[in-house]
Write a protein that binds this ligand. Sequence first.
Ligand code: A3P
Ligand SMILES: CCc1ccc(OS(=O)(=O)O)cc1
Length: 285
Amino acid sequence: MTGKFISFEGILFPRLNYSPEVLREVHESFLIKHEDVLLLTFPKSGTNWLIETVCLIYSKGDPKWVQSEPIWDRSPWVENKYGYELLKEKEGPRLISSHLPIQLFPKSFFKSKAKMIYLIRNPRDVFVSGYFFWRSAKFVEKPESMEEYFEWFIHGNMPFGSWFDHTRGWMSIRDKENFLILSYEEMKWDTRNTVEKICQFLGKELEPEELNSVLKNSSFQAMKENNMSNFSLAKGLHFEENAHLLRKGVTGDWKNHFTVAQAEIFDKLFQEKMADLPQELFPWE
Ligand SMILES: Nc1ncnc2c1ncn2[C@@H]1O[C@H](COP(=O)(O)O)[C@@H](OP(=O)(O)O)[C@H]1O
Ligand SMILES: CCc1ccc(OS(=O)(=O)O)cc1
């Protein structure tokens, strides 16, 4: 896999919008401020749902902001050239998104009081979501088949590397008080409670009707219809016309796609790689 990817410190990134120079500068010199809020995920874990939810919490449920500014400008990705330039110019408290593994994240974070939310998702569903997403993206090598993508995924030979390493890396700071771990599954199964948890972590208080509006405007349907959040602005240039960021929005879709053999290989790998972590961190099991 070459051509559309670059490799930086052993991790693959799309050539489009990423460069070793920017990745190095982000890691070495980007200054995270105490008042910044960081939204961290492995791609396809529900990143955009988290961003939308936090934006709506900031606007107290008023949908004007999420309906008027593209999601990648509201909470730019620090590691790509576009997001990095935007963030350097932004004044005041910033929302910052990232898919970076911990070893490449801005060093300044680890000395700051900035709050970080790390959202995880069943890697089997991350795999399925990623397969359809990368197939519809024009800026990456497309997997030829689910079998091929399975090999990439279990060996971490894909953008942002191994899900297992990414998750293990970030979980190593799980005891820090400025670090909150959430799962896509708990967001799905008890959205209201999860939004309340985020509010508490960020020190934000919402009136009941404001909370209802956050829930309404961050729902799957509302986001699917919101052109500022559903990636439709990037269709044609960066994505195929049939691309859908908001594809199904459910838990457990992997059961419709994995073969029995793949499910067994995955279970074994998960055991090998994650067995020493508290299993309550993985609410889908
Ligand atoms: N409001 C929402 N509710 C539930 N799932 C959502 C959502 N917004 C996005 N998603 C899901 O999150 C996944 C994309 O993650 P990311 O934002 O990290 O790229 C997609 O999963 P599926 O492909 O399984 O449908 C998408 O449907
Ligand atoms: C590799 C660049 C890229 C672009 C878009 C992505 O989608 S999301 O952040 O998961 O919504 C992921 C990676």
